[in-house]
Design a protein around this ligand. Sequence first.
Ligand code: SAH
Length: 254
Amino acid sequence: MDIPRIFNITESAHRIHNPFTPDKFATLGAALRLEPGTRVLDLGSGSGEMLCTWARDHGISGTGVDMSQLFFEQAKRRAHELGVSDRVEFIHGDATGYVAEKKVDVAACVGATWIGGGVAGTIELLAKSLGDGGIILIGEPYWRQLPPTEDVAKECLAGSIADFLALPELLASFGTLGYDVVEMVLANQDGWDKYEAAKWLTMRRWLDANPDDDLAQDIRAELASAPVRHATYTREYLGWGVFALMAQPKGPQG
Ligand code: SAH
């Protein structure tokens, strides 16, 4: 079981597989006022940077589930490196439908909401693992600027304009789903650059080492077009953030 090979190639050197930089995860961890012993579930945990650094900095314990064999192995290595292997556990597998055996305090899906079939489905899935008063974290793109055409949306690697909302609409949508937005940390263009540009050097080095690979032509084409496409489209049109949500109280006061 694995994700498409192209991601394991282009993101093999990434510690964070989204436009967040280490300081953004640190800001988010502090903003959430994480206490030692807080239990965190992370679906699509990638190379485990969020769980491992929060375990080191805040003493949380956590479980991450990810379908990439490579990222899963990197996550275990990172936990070992940071001395938190006793507190964070990584599971290699499909997180679709994954529900924790014991309820958690924070249930996250940071940049992988297709796991629940979109934002609403992912919130519903995470809620099944969440204890009373717990926090859901959703990492998701939004339109910084609305693309003028569907073609522009596609250049941002969206299927269509309708795949994402503008930030105010995204925030409002959480309310419609019955959640209060209680915190948010947004990525910025530097973060996008870090995420995207790191792929370019990785691709170049991979091409030098694997000139005859079946994917070499695709990767060469991607390397040739990615920088200009990024600067023209993704960097300008797409924003990204992590949103912290708490279920609105039910009953007369809610
Ligand atoms: N949250 C991580 C990774 C985000 S990238 C970070 O912030 O760094 C999206 C991740 O989802 C990748 O690690 C990919 O391997 C994983 N993924 C994709 N489909 C998945 C699935 N069905 N189940 C579990 N993980 C999945």
